[in-house]
Structures are given as C-alpha cells and as structure tokens.
Write a protein that binds this ligand. Structure first.
Ligand code: B12
Ligand code: SF4
Ligand code: SF4
Length: 382
C-alpha cells in the first residue's frame, strides 16, 4: 500500500483524537523475552498472560493474514501536576478503555473506506487484547523502551496510553527510532538510572524488566488477595497504581499537554481523602467510581489498599499536622470487622502501625466486647 494512502489514514486517525499514529509490518519480531519473563514468574497471578502468550507472540493467531500493525498513542499529560499520589495519573479519567474504544471503531470505518476492505480485515484493541503493545510501539518508532519498561515518546514523555489495530493491509512501515539497535532497552536513557533507583519496592530485577510480584501497580490493581507484608510499608499513600518510575523520568520535560479528546478527566478523584476512602460504602463506591478504571479493584480491593495507605500515612512515628489519625484509627477498627477477610487482615495490620500493637489490641478487644466488630485478632498477628 503506497505511502500516500498511509499518510491519508494517519491524518484521519489523528483527526479522531489519537495523538500519535504509527505503522509497523506485522512480520516484525517484537518479542524480547516474554516466555522468559513468564518462566521467571514475573507475571505474579496474572495467569491470563500465560494463557494468551502464543497469541501475544504471533499476530497471525489473532488475525490470520495480518500485514500491518497500527499503533496509536493517547497522551494523558494534563499539562500540570495534579495534587495527590493516591491514584495513578491515568486513573484520574473515565476508564480509558471505554473512551478510546469508540474512536477505534471509527478508525476501523476509516480503514474500510480508504483501503476498500471489510470489518473482518482488521481487529483493534486497547490494553486488553493479546498484543504486545509496547513491543509494537517501539517497533513502529512511537518511542523507545526505557529502563522503566515504559515506551517513552520524545514528544509526549511517559504519558502515552497505547492501542493497536491489526490489519490485513500492507502499509509501508514507519521506522523505529534507531534502526541499528531498535530493541535495546534504555536506548535513549544514557547513564540515567533514576527510575530504577526510585522504585519504592525494588521491582526491577534488571533494567526494563518488572517483577509484578513486587510492583505496587500490580498489587493495588490486579492482586485480589493479601499483599505481601514486607511490601506494604513501601506503598506510601498509593491506593491505585503507581507512577513513580514514570514520573522521575527526565524525558517528561518534553511532554506536550494532551489534547485529551479521547479522555474524560476526573481530577475530582485526586481530592478524595484517605479517611473518605476508608468510609466507602458499596453505594458510594458505585457512585464515585462508576465508569472509571478504579472500579476494577471492586470495593474490597480499594478498602484493602486504603488500609495500607492509612497504615503508612498515619504510622505512629509519622507527623500528623492535619490531625487525621484518630478518625483513621476509628475507621480501621470498624474495617477490622469487615466481611472480607482481606480487608480485615489489612485493617488490623494498619491499625497496629497507627496505634502500636498494644493499643490496637485494646481497641479491637473493646470493639469486640461491644459486639460491634466481630474480628478475631489472633488470626492476623504477625
Ligand atoms: C501486564 C501489564 C502490566 C503489569 C506488568 C507490567 C510489565 N512491565 O510488563 C503491571 C500490572 C505491573 C503493569 C503496570 C503498569 N502498566 Co501495564 N500493562 C500490562 C499489559 C496488559 C501487558 C504487558 C506485558 O505483556 N507484559 C509482559 C512484558 C514481558 O512485556 P513488555 O513489557 O510489553 O515487553 C515485551 C515487548 O514489549 C517486547 N519488547 C520490549 N522491548 C522492546 C523493544 C523493541 C524495539 C521491540 C521491537 C520489542 C520490545 O519484548 C517484551 C517481551 O515480549 C499492557 C497492555 C498490552 N496489551 O500490552 C499494559 C501496559 C504495558 N501498561 C501500561 C501502563 C500505563 C502501566 C502503568 C504505568 C500503570 C500505573 N500507572 O500503575 C504501570 C507501569 C509499570 C511498569 N514500569 O511497567 C501501558 C504502557 C504505555 C507505555 N507508554 O508504555 C500499557 C501498554 C497499557 C496501555 N494500553 O496503554 N502493567
Ligand atoms: S510502577 Fe511503581 S512499584 Fe511498579 S516498577 Fe514502577 S516504581 Fe516500581
Ligand atoms: S528515568 Fe532515566 S533510566 Fe529511567 S527510563 Fe527515564 S531516562 Fe531511562
């Protein structure tokens, strides 16, 4: 397919709100060790990554006859810092899966019209498909793969969400950023190691490799059960996702403000206080997080995360200028009687950090004696 047609399509897709539109040939090898990563157990409990590994490694298993992969980037940098580190920046929007998908549908129509193909000739995904999105993005020259594992754009920094379209049309491919060694991790990192040094949980066994078992993003978003005790104190105030290894990257200084046409900002989420999160009821959870990525944790997951954050923010030796500690402790006592054992366990852990083990035991025993909180403390004592 000639370059003119590719450029026409690029313009159409940019017009739909995508900030970056790049093309790769579907026979490009974009795997740099998925099976080794899985064999090392770095996927933690994300067993769906193992189940879909064959497809991730071979686009022909996803769309037989695929000739090109179109990689789309959506910039989510709001142009200024939003106060608060409780939610990862991408989560301060309506769920991007929901807001980007309609544009992908329109992108499909544009392909049909410009290339005279049918709906069966392409498949699109945003995040959830069996596609190595970062690999395709690097191959198509959208950016380079940083030591933080993220694909970093020289125009948008670390703040690009990715989507892909597999298509049976052979477009001329765009070039990767450095044709000589396109697969090298940290191609434009130089000697910098800021992201590796900044990771609170030492989740990088090697540059560019994330061990999800140690990653705060994994635990606060994907893990449904107990968070390893030895990691909890390192989570800080984070309750959903983690941006630390992205935020410290010097390439962000080049980030343009996102047009945000395919995103609906929800900066109000950043205003939610931690005590408010501890007090979430099922109704309030639905009301606040409807249509956002945060709903993925379900209420119990978010309460668990809020307990960990409260245990860190109001740890006994931490300053408490705003005086939130007593209110947080009261909520933790209440959550120690929550119906979910995961919430109960993390509430007790946090209470022991906030009040000290003796006072936590007394408060819980008092609550139990009043038969308001049916927690069995012994189960959770370490
Ligand atoms: C599983 C997953 C996670 C896991 C594991 C993360 C990881 N590093 O693999 C967890 C839950 C921890 C996670 C966290 C986050 N994630 Co995530 N995640 C995914 C998902 C669904 C699959 C990633 C995967 O396959 N991992 C396995 C590893 C081995 O694969 P990989 O890192 O992609 O590397 C492979 C290829 O890229 C290739 N490759 C590597 N380098 C190069 C270089 C070249 C030139 C080539 C050709 C190929 C190549 O080889 C590797 C092995 O096959 C993707 C969406 C998708 N469908 O791809 C989003 C995705 C990677 N996540 C994303 C984001 C935004 C995040 C977070 C920032 C969210 C947050 N704020 O909390 C963090 C960042 C953590 C980090 N530093 O990686 C974005 C990344 C956007 C970008 N610009 O890079 C994606 C693409 C989602 C999206 N559609 O936008 N995530
Ligand atoms: S997302 Fe956070 S915990 Fe995960 S690798 Fe990056 S800095 Fe470490
Ligand atoms: S922080 Fe430094 S080492 Fe990490 S990805 Fe950015 S430039 Fe590379």
């Amino acid at each position: 397919m000639n370059r003119e047609r590719r450029e026409q399509l690029r313009e159409r897709l940019r017009g739909l709100g995508f900030d970056v539109v790049r093309f790769a040939a579907a026979d490009t090898v974009v795997d740099r060790g998925l099976r080794e990563w899985l064999a090392a157990g770095h996927q933690a409990e994300m067993t769906w990554l193992e189940r879909s590994a064959d497809k991730r490694l071979d686009p022909q298993l996803v769309l037989p006859g695929a000739a090109s992969v179109i990689v789309l980037g959506v910039n989510y940098w709001p142009g200024r810092e939003v106060a608060g580190t409780t939610f990862a920046r991408y989560a301060l929007h309506q769920d991007y899966h929901d807001t980007i998908t309609p544009a992908l549908k329109l992108a499909g129509h544009a392909i049909e019209e410009l290339c005279a193909v049918g709906a069966a000739d392409y498949r699109y995904y945003v995040d959830a498909g069996p596609v190595l999105e970062r690999g395709w993005a690097a191959a198509a020259g959208l950016g380079f793969r940083g030591k933080n594992a993220n694909v970093i754009s020289r125009e948008h920094g670390n703040w690009l969400l990715l989507a892909t379209i597999l298509v049976r049309v052979p477009f001329a491919a765009d070039e990767a950023l450095a044709a000589t060694e396109p697969g090298r991790t940290g191609l434009f990192c130089g000697k910098c190691t800021r992201c590796l040094d900044a990771c609170p949980t030492a989740a990088f066994p090697a540059p560019g490799v994330v061990d999800s078992r140690r990653c705060i993003s994994y635990h606060t978003i994907e893990n449904r059960g107990f968070v390893p005790r030895e990691l909890r104190a390192k989570f800080g105030a984070r309750v959903f996702g983690c941006d630390e290894c992205l935020a410290v990257c010097p390439w962000n200084r080049f980030a343009q403000t996102g047009r945000s046409e395919l995103l609906a900002r929800r900066h109000d989420l950043a205003q939610l206080g931690l005590v408010e999160l501890l007090r979430l009821t099922p109704e309030r959870f639905r009301e606040v997080f409807r249509g956002t990525a945060v709903k993925r944790t379900k209420l119990a997951g978010l309460l668990r995360n809020a307990c960990i954050a409260a245990g860190n923010v109001w740890a006994a030796d931490a300053p408490d200028p705003a005086g939130g500690r007593p209110a947080a402790a009261a909520e933790l006592v209440r959550l120690a009687g929550h119906e979910s054992p995961v919430v109960r366990g993390h509430a007790v852990w946090a209470l022991r950090r906030v009040l000290g083990a003796d006072r936590a035991a007394t408060d819980l025993a008092t609550a139990r004696a009043a038969e308001t909180e049916p927690v069995v403390l012994a189960e959770y004592v370490d």
